[in-house]
Write a protein of this length. Structure first.
Length: 253
C-alpha cells in the first residue's frame, strides 16, 4: 500500500497554473526526491500535501485516506511532518525547549489540568521531557540541549528542526531543501543522517533538494517537475540520463 499518493493534483493562482495534474506514489520506507529548476512548482506540491494550500483539482491520499483540503494541524496529527527551506526555530529558546514545544501536540491534556499541574499532567510532562532528550540524543544534540538554538552551527540547526518534526511522531517526513546552506562535509553527513533516521524511526522521507549530490546519493526514486508539469520519474541513474531532465536544467541549443 502506498503511504502517499497524489491523483492529478493541480494548483492555480488566478490565471497561473503553478502545478498541473501531478501524479505521484510513495511506498512505505522509501526516500523519494522531488527536483526541478527554480519556479518548477516543488514547494507548491509540498504545500498542497501538508494543507497549506487546497488543490484546485485532484486528490491527495495518505494511507488510503483522502486528506485533500484538511487543515495543516490535522495532517500533522495523521502522521505527516515537514521542515522548511528557511529554518523556523524558536531562536531565543533552548535546543531542548524547541523539541519540548513540538512534543506538547501529543500531550492530550486540557487547559485546566495544565494550569493546576494535576498528577496526570506532571506524569505526561515527565514523559515528554524524556522523549525530547532521547530525540536530541538520536540526532547528536543532547550535549547542546541548554544552548540557545540560534547559537548552533547551520548544520546542527537543521538537525534540531528535524528533531522537532520527529517529535510529532510522523510516518512521513517531508524535508524542504535540507542541504541548503551546507558545506560539502555537512552535506555528506546529512545523507548519512537521513538514512539513519529513516531506519531508526521507521520513516518514509520525501524531500526537495537542489543539491544534486545529496539527491542522487540518498534518494531511491526521483520525480522531476518543470513549469509545474511532471517530466520524469525514476531511479537516480535514470533521471541523470533522461534527455528531458537534462534539457530542463541545461537548456538546448
Amino acid at each position: 500500500m502506498a503511504i502517499l499518493k497524489t491523483d492529478k493534483i493541480t494548483m492555480k493562482f488566478g490565471g497561473l497554473t503553478a502545478v498541473s495534474e501531478f501524479d505521484m506514489k510513495i511506498e512505505k520506507n522509501e526516500i523519494i526526491g522531488l527536483i526541478g529548476p527554480n519556479g518548477a512548482g516543488k514547494t507548491t506540491c509540498f504545500n498542497m500535501i501538508t494543507g497549506v494550500y487546497t488543490p484546485t483539482e485532484g486528490k491527495i491520499y495518505f494511507e488510503d485516506k483522502d486528506i485533500t483540503g484538511e487543515k495543516t494541524h490535522e495532517i500533522t496529527k495523521l502522521g505527516i511532518a515537514r521542515t522548511f527551506q528557511n529554518i523556523r526555530l524558536f531562536k531565543e529558546l533552548s535546543v531542548l525547549d524547541n523539541v519540548l514545544i513540538a512534543n506538547h501536540m501529543r500531550l492530550g491534556s486540557n487547559l485546566f489540568s495544565s494550569i493546576i499541574k494535576t498528577p496526570d499532567y506532571r506524569k505526561k510532562e515527565k514523559k515528554i521531557r524524556e522523549k525530547s532528550l532521547s530525540l536530541l540524543r538520536d540526532v547528536g544534540l543532547e550535549d547542546l540541549k541548554d544552548e540557545k538554538s540560534s547559537s548552533l552551527p547551520y548544520g546542527k540547526q537543521r538537525r534540531l528542526e528535524i528533531a522537532r518534526a520527529l517529535a510529532t511522531d510522523p510516518k512521513l517526513l517531508i524535508l524542504d531543501e535540507p542541504a541548503a546552506g551546507m558545506n560539502p562535509q555537512e552535506s555528506n553527513e546529512l545523507m548519512d543522517f537521513i538514512r539513519d533516521i529513516r531506519d531508526r524511526f521507521d520513516l518514509t522521507i520525501f524531500l526537495i533538494e537542489h543539491h544534486m549530490q545529496v539527491v542522487m546519493g540518498v534518494c531511491e526514486r526521483i520525480y522531476v517537475l518543470d513549469h509545474g508539469v511532471k517530466i520524469a520519474d525514476g531511479t537516480p541513474n535514470e533521471i541523470q540520463n533522461n534527455e528531458k531532465v537534462i534539457e530542463a536544467y541545461l537548456g538546448v541549443d
